[in-house]
Write a protein that binds this ligand. Structure first.
Ligand code: GRF
Length: 217
């Protein structure tokens, strides 16, 4: 009979196929515009074995940005996709270029680390719930630029930072993690931001590790 001649696939190979995707290192793409201290924190946590991941590529919209120097230092592929026509987003062609760089690098999770442009439809559609951002306030309070300065001006007693999924709005995506930072008497915008960044460098790698363990939806 026909079915008797067919060999079933060996059990081990069937199990192997199921296990490999769980054990494979998560491939991360990082987008940033600035000095890249959050990228460095994630890079160092990976090197220390705290995140089962590898940074496959770093892309900046600012030629010569510190984040690109950090990537070069670590031997990580990096690229610049800038667009002088716009300040707060890329052109559709620019975004398509970023998307193709991320896809070519096999990126599964996109980490925005001080990326100063809004992410638009093609990227959002290509990475549903797989683009995350860190913002220097306790969202939903103080979205937008220099959030630590906004918190200080508003007389807040507690500031902080938030890791969230990126959606089409400005700092509006679902919150994944937050850390509080007390505002101290005599704080300036600079001292407060510096303390917020200490917490950023703690929670962002922790969230990346949760993605690498495939814990987050
Ligand atoms: C951080 O404060 C982050 O919250 C905000 O941009 C800043 C980036 O800093 N999104 P760095 O380039 O990671 O040092």
């Amino acid at each position: 009979m026909a079915y008797a001649k067919k060999k079933s696939p060996p059990l081990a190979s069937g199990l192997g196929n199921a296990i490999i995707p769980l054990m494979r290192k998560l491939r991360i793409g990082v987008l940033g515009s600035g000095k890249g201290s959050n990228f460095r924190a994630i890079r160092d946590a990976i090197a220390a074995g705290q995140i089962e991941a590898e940074v496959a590529v770093v892309v900046s919209d600012v030629a010569g940005a510190g984040i690109l120097r950090l990537a070069a230092e670590a031997g990580i592929p990096h690229a610049t996709v800038s667009d002088p026509r716009y300040q707060t987003r890329l052109s559709p062609e620019g975004e398509a270029e970023v998307l193709s760089i991320l896809k070519l690098a096999g990126v599964e999770l996109v980490i925005l680390a001080g990326y100063m442009r809004m992410v638009k439809a093609p990227l959002l559609e290509a990475f549903p719930r797989r683009i995350i951002n860190i913002h220097p306030s306790l969202l939903p309070k103080f979205p937008g630029l220099e959030a630590w300065r906004q918190a200080l001006a508003a007389g807040e007693k507690i500031a902080g930072c938030t890791v969230h999924y990126v959606d089409a709005g400005m700092d509006t995506g679902t919150i994944i993690a937050q850390a509080e930072v007390p505002v101290l008497h005599g704080d300036t915008a600079e001292t407060l931001h510096a303390r917020i960044q200490v917490e950023e460098h703690r929670i962002y790698p922790e969230v990346a590790a949760r993605f690498a363990r495939r814990e987050l939806p």
